[in-house]
Design a protein around this ligand. Structure first.
Ligand SMILES: [Zn+2]
Length: 494
């Protein structure tokens, strides 16, 4: 795409005439910000940015309680290269997990980027195309830094309007040619950009605000010479609806060439991925099924007059497919409950869909407020099942130490808290005493690289004297109690 710079601020009559009049107050603010960053002309002549540093990347929706701090990866060797002229960027970083997990990483490089309207992720030797929503988010991310947003605002195809003051800062809206809207905050004292805000869509949270704050402005490095140095931030903090999702401490360089950041032609030619949902049914006992998915499973338990689903994971599409399959297995009985093991986003992504289908949610009391909030959130960017078919939340909660049984007199499903689970507070498991079947997730996944929560699960089983013959993890394949014991031994060798 060819981009035309706006006329420079009217310094001569000729320019003013050529540009059709003097700059608006909004553009004057942008031009003054560019001056504060090292000069309007220098900013306009900058086409590329290299940012290096270290920081933290937080795991949204994976905290131990819905309102607890987010767990994070420590990031080293962060390298972000942006080619503003061609709308391409590439980010690489080494991540080390600082939280207990079944799949820990230690300095593993993550690389992803954007080439125009194509987003991609590098996975080992392979590069795969990411979804169009990811591409839209990454396109906007390119302007979540002061240089990007000022260049965008100066671009003739953008609209800059609505100058106002908020909390001692001057604020303008910048709307790009593709309709994406950004709000730029400029500090009154320094004249430097302090924050960029734009909106996005998150499958669990719906419409969300993404905000990046800039602090610690300093002169950029690089070879310099005849090329100008700019004043850019050292600290970038990105928040999603007020939750910090990344923090970087960086140095910037606008003088080094960054090379061609184009994605290969076969990745560009590939179609954006579409979600594949398959539901495989395994009958574990009479009237007890595992509804297996690619990575996240559910289970179904039949009672005299109704059916109970365990878990609505991963996505709306998966949960709707699982619900349809469950109903097809016993079309004469209503599917009444969905048991949610814990609030983590990958295990609660289908709860809005389940509510839209009229299911009553059974979860731990710890997660009640979380789900009350989740069902009221706006999903206007993508209208999800609950937006299309609004239903009230029906919720029943389980408290630690109190039995919660679903029974018809013959079959009983005991829902219990996994006490002291370090993975999630108020983690639920579901146990069928007559069949000796235990449903659990994330406490023990047989194929995981590590099993840091297995010992606690075993303790819970022993403390409650559960006579478990089959463990049905909602990740991976069914296992025995002995499999769990060996995982515990591997984790803590004698
Ligand atoms: Zn989890």
């Amino acid at each position: 795409m060819r981009r035309w710079p706006r006329c420079l601020i009217a310094s001569s009559v000729l320019f003013a005439v050529a540009c059709g009049g003097a700059a608006t107050p909004e553009l004057q603010l942008i031009e003054a910000a560019a001056e504060a960053m090292g000069g309007l002309r220098n900013v306009q002549q900058t086409t590329a940015l290299t940012v290096k540093g270290e920081g933290r990347v937080f795991r949204l929706g994976q905290n131990t309680r819905p309102r607890a701090d987010l767990p994070y990866y420590e990031v080293a060797d962060y390298l972000l290269q942006i080619d503003f002229a061609n709308q391409k960027w590439r980010l690489g970083q080494d991540r080390t997990s600082t939280f207990l997990t079944g799949s820990p990483v230690n300095g593993v490089r993550q690389t992803y980027g954007l080439d125009g309207d194509v987003a991609y992720d590098e996975q080992g030797d392979r590069t795969v195309r990411a979804s169009d929503q990811v591409a839209r988010d990454r396109w906007a991310e390119m302007y979540h830094n002061p240089l990007g947003i000022v260049l965008l605002a100066l671009d003739e195809t953008s609209t800059v309007s609505n100058l106002r003051e908020e909390g001692g800062q001057r604020v303008v809206d910048v709307v790009a040619a593709n309709g994406t809207q950004f709000t730029l905050y400029v500090a009154a004292d320094t004249g430097l950009p302090s924050k960029v805000v734009s909106s996005s869509y998150h499958p669990n949270l719906g419409d969300v605000t993404i905000e990046t704050e800039f602090e610690g402005y300093q002169e950029t490095g690089g070879l310099g010479g005849f090329q100008a140095r700019l004043i850019l931030p050292r600290q970038y903090t990105t928040n999603l609806d007020g939750l910090t999702v990344s923090q970087y401490t960086t140095t910037s360089d606008t003088t080094t060439a960054i090379g061609d950041l184009s994605v290969s032609s076969d990745v560009r030619a590939a179609s954006p991925p579409t979600e594949t949902v398959t539901v495989e049914v395994d009958e574990l006992a009479e009237g007890v099924w595992r509804l297996a998915g690619q990575s996240h499973h559910s289970a179904l338990v039949e009672f005299d007059e109704f059916l109970v689903l365990v878990e609505a994971p991963q996505s709306e599409a998966r949960t709707l497919a699982v619900i349809a399959r469950a109903r097809a297995l016993r079309p004469d009985k209503p599917l009444r409950y969905v048991i949610n093991t814990h609030h983590h986003f990958d295990h609660s992504a289908g709860i809005r869909a389940a509510v839209s289908e009229g299911l009553t949610v059974v979860t731990h009391r710890t997660s009640q407020a979380f789900f009350e909030d989740i069902v009221t959130r706006r999903h206007s960017v993508v209208e999800d099942a609950l937006t299309r078919n609004p239903q009230p939340l029906k919720i029943e909660t389980v408290s630690s130490g109190e039995p919660y049984d679903i029974t018809d007199g013959r079959r009983t499903l005991q829902i219990a808290t996994i006490v002291d689970d370090p993975h999630a507070e108020g983690m639920l498991m579901a146990y069928l005493p007559r069949e000796g079947i235990l449903f659990e997730v994330d406490a023990f996944s047989p194929t995981a690289a590590a099993s840091p929560f297995a010992a606690n699960l075993l303790k819970n089983i022993e403390d409650r004297s559960l006579r478990v013959t089959t463990i049905v993890p909602l990740h991976g394949e069914a296992a025995t109690l002995e499999d769990l014991r060996s995982a515990v031994r591997r984790e803590r060798p004698l």
